[in-house]
Write a protein that binds this ligand. Structure first.
Ligand SMILES: Cc1ncc(CN)c(N)n1
Length: 215
C-alpha cells in the first residue's frame, strides 16, 4: 500500500479527536472566544517560525533538485502566507511572546527529528502540519453554516486551492521517498507521523485551555 494511505489509517482516530475538539467546533461556528484564538495565533506565530526553519533544513539535506525546490518553496510560503494570516489577526509584534509548553514540545520535536533522524523520518514528522490542516480546513468548509465568521480568513487559507496543491506535493514527495525505504524505515516514518499528529491535537487543545507553564 502507498505509505501515505496506510499512515493516514493509523492516525484516523487522532484526526477524529481533532475534529471533535471544542476549539475546532467553535472555530467552525465562529463562536470561539477571541482570547483563545489570539492565544492560538500567537503560539502559532512562534511555531511557524520554527516550522519554516525545519522545512528549509530538510531542503538542505535533499538530493533531488525537484524536491529541494519544493521544500524551499514550502518554507518560503510558510513565512509569507502564514505571516499574512497572522497580520490579519495579530497586530502586535511576536518578539515578546514566549512559547507555551506544547508549542515548545512540538517545535523541539521537529528540530530534533531533523537533527537526529534519517531524512525520510524528518519529512514524515512535518507532513501532518500540512495534511491535517488541509483536512481540518476542508472539514470546516463542508460543515459550516453560511454567515459571518470572524475566522473566515483562517478557514479559507487552509481550505484553499493553493494550500491543497502544496499538501498534494508534500504527500507525493513523502510517498516517493518512502518507496526507496526499507519496511523498518517506513515504520519509523509512520511513528513520526503519528507522534506529530498527536501534537497537532495538543496544540489546539492547549490553545483552548490557554495553557500556562505550571511553575
Ligand atoms: C501547529 C500548526 N501546525 C500546522 C500548521 C499549518 N502549516 C500551523 N499553522 N500550525
Amino acid at each position: 500500500m502507498i505509505w501515505s494511505k496506510e499512515t493516514w489509517q493509523q492516525i484516523e482516530p487522532v484526526y477524529q479527536e481533532i475534529i471533535a475538539l471544542p476549539f475546532i467546533h467553535e472555530l467552525k461556528e465562529g463562536i470561539l472566544p477571541k482570547e483563545k484564538f489570539l492565544f492560538y495565533i500567537q503560539q502559532d506565530a512562534l511555531y511557524l517560525a520554527e516550522f519554516g526553519k525545519v522545512l528549509s533544513g530538510i531542503a538542505g539535506k535533499l538530493s533531488s533538485f525537484e524536491h529541494i525546490q519544493a521544500f524551499l518553496g514550502f518554507s518560503k510560503d510558510t513565512i509569507i502566507v502564514e505571516k499574512a494570516l497572522h497580520e490579519t489577526f495579530l497586530n502586535e509584534s511576536t518578539l515578546e511572546l514566549k512559547p507555551s509548553p506544547t508549542c515548545l514540545l512540538y517545535t523541539n520535536f521537529m528540530h530534533a527529528q531533523l537533527a537526529t533522524q534519517a531524512l525520510p523520518v524528518a519529512m514524515a514528522s512535518v507532513l501532518p502540519c500540512f495534511w491535517i490542516y488541509k483536512e481540518v480546513g476542508d472539514y470546516i468548509t463542508e460543515h459550516q453554516i453560511p454567515g459571518d465568521n470572524p475566522y473566515q480568513d483562517w478557514i479559507d487559507t487552509y481550505s484553499g486551492e493553493e494550500f491543497a496543491e502544496a499538501v498534494k506535493k508534500a504527500i507525493a514527495i513523502c510517498d516517493e521517498i518512502a518507496e526507496t525505504c526499507t519496511e523498518t524505515q517506513r515504520a519509523t516514518m509512520t511513528e513520526a507521523f503519528v507522534m506529530a499528529s498527536r501534537m497537532e491535537w495538543m496544540f489546539w487543545d492547549s490553545a483552548y485551555r490557554q495553557e500556562k507553564w505550571p511553575v
